[in-house]
Structures are given as C-alpha cells and as structure tokens.
Ligand binder design. Structure first.
Ligand code: GLU
Ligand code: ZN
Length: 285
C-alpha cells in the first residue's frame, strides 16, 4: 500500500507552498488507495513553536484534506540517539566543535545546500568541553555503502551521490538529530513508501538514500514536486511586505476564503495571481 506524508516544521505558519505540498502528497496517496500521514517535525529547539501545530491541523482541514497523524519528532529522540550510536560504532561519524563563524572563516566552497564543511575536525584532537555536533564521514560512508540508487517518480533513477554536500551534520549541537537523520528514520518507522516534498529538498534525498543503506532501512520511492514561485521567479516568501495580499493559510482561512476551492485550484495548476509553478520538477534549475 502506498503511504505518503506531509511533514511540516512548526517554525512558522504554513503558506501556499505548504498547501500545494500537502495536496500533492494527499492526492498521490488517495488516487492509489493509500494512506496520507501528517508528521510534525519539531526538533528545531528554540525555533520550534508548539502552538502552531493546532493551526497546521486546522489549515489542512480547511483545505479539505484527511490524514492520519503519526507521533511528532520530539517524542522519538531515543530512536535518533540509537541510530547515531550505531553509526558512531561503525566509525562513520566524527565530532565537530566548529562554530558557523569558524567554518565561514575557512572560506569553504558552496554546495547545493550552502557552505560545504571542509572536514577540519576529522581526525583532530578536540576540546571536549566545547559543544560538538556529529558529522557523517562522507568518504567512509560512501565506501561502506557501495553503489546505490534512488528512484524519483519525476526525475527517474538516480545514482545516490551526496559527496557534493560534504560531511553533513547528523547530530546537532542542540538536538539529538539533524533533519536528515530524523526524517530518514521517521519515514522508515512510519512505513512511508513514497516520500513527497518540494524540489528544494531534492538534494537531501541523496543523503537519505545513503543513510537508509547504512542503517539497513527500507527504501521508498521519491516524488519531488515543482515549487511555487513569486512572479519574479524567487522562492515563495513566507510573509509578504505589508499591504500585499498574504499567502499564509491561517490568514486566508480566517478571512473566510474557501480552502477546498483553493486546494482544487492548486490541483488544476491554477495559482493565485502573482504565483507560478517552477518549470523543473526535479530541482535542477
Ligand atoms: N520538516 C521539513 C520542512 O518543513 C520537511 C521536509 C520533508 O518533507 O522531508 O521543510
Ligand atoms: Zn569542525
């Protein structure tokens, strides 16, 4: 059975881009007689605002969607710790005490997701009094995994190669996991068979596929959908300048707009004025 999910982080209110993402995931499951899950990704510490999650549920209801909710990430920290321990025991993680400023000072190269960590702490004797993150030793991990592939419904079969991203953080200084580790473990635990999300996270799937291999997790298929863009081609702004029509779902809901009609328009590719869908559904713009 097909299982999809919508996995918002309560760091800010949901906007039109989230609505599109939720509708896509919902419809892919329903069209094939499957399940659509909601998972709250709330491990962002200080940035997480628990009071937003009720709004998220109301927003989805307003869009006319039905879902099954699975436990929020904050209740699953033990499973993240266990997986990190396993990778550590396998010699695939190393501690890093660098601050963002220290990394920036090294003038690292830019990868598809921003600064690429140059591996400074690998094999270095660290001051353990400083807070540390755990990074994946990408070369060692790739050597362990061998050649692996992932399948995207729109982009086809892809060789998993996250090396461009460098040694990514799997355990943050302030949380027992990073997005990559938590989402990969949860998708497996929730039985997700089709990971649907925006093309802005296309590159993350290379890492997630690698983690599945290292942790012996089931391998889903992916579906990266096109992104909603502002008229000028920029990524949808979370909040627009005052005076402009807001794109927040709560805002529209409370203004009495028809959520089901909005969802229907998004399905038909009819975007509100000033909004467009990106042309390349697989994120290689
Ligand atoms: N919590 C992530 C976000 O809101 C979801 C990413 C995903 O769907 O994997 O961006
Ligand atoms: Zn470091």
């Amino acid at each position: 059975m097909i299982v999809t999910r919508f996995a918002p982080s309560p760091n800010g209110p949901l906007h039109l881009g989230h609505a599109y993402s939720a509708v896509v995931a919902h419809d892919l499951a329903r069209e094939r007689g499957g399940r659509f899950l909601l998972r709250i990704e709330d491990i962002d510490g200080a940035r997480s605002r628990p009071e937003l999650t009720d709004d998220f549920r109301r927003d989805l209801e307003w869009l006319g969607l039905e879902w099954d909710e699975v436990p929020a990430q904050s209740t699953r920290l033990d499973s993240y710790e266990a997986a990190a321990r396993r990778l550590m025991d396998d010699g695939l993680l190393y501690r890093c005490t660098c601050t963002r400023a220290e990394i920036q000072a090294l003038e690292p190269r830019m990868g598809p997701e921003g600064l690429v960590y140059p591996g400074t702490c690998k094999g270095r004797h660290l001051d353990l009094a400083r807070p540390s993150a755990l990074r994946l030793d990408m070369d060692a991990a790739m050597a362990r995994a061998g050649e692996i592939f992932w399948e995207d419904e729109t982009a086809g079969r892809i060789a998993a190669d996250p090396r461009e991203l460098g040694d990514v953080v799997l355990v943050r200084k302030d949380a027992p996991a990073s997005y990559h580790l938590a989402a990969t473990l949860d998708d497996a635990a929730d039985g997700v068979t089709l990971v649907t999300r925006g093309a802005d996270l296309f590159f993350a799937s290379h890492i997630h596929r690698l983690l599945q291999e290292l942790l012996c997790l089931p391998v889903p298929t992916w579906h990266h959908h096109a992104l909603l863009l502002e008229e000028d081609g920029k990524k949808l702004a979370k909040s627009r300048r005052s005076g402009e029509r807001g794109l927040g779902l709560k805002e529209m809901r409370e203004a009495g707009e028809d959520g089901s009609a909005l969802a229907q328009n998004l399905r038909m590719g009819q975007m509100p004025c000033g909004i467009a869908l990106s042309r390349f559904p697989h994120g290689e713009t």
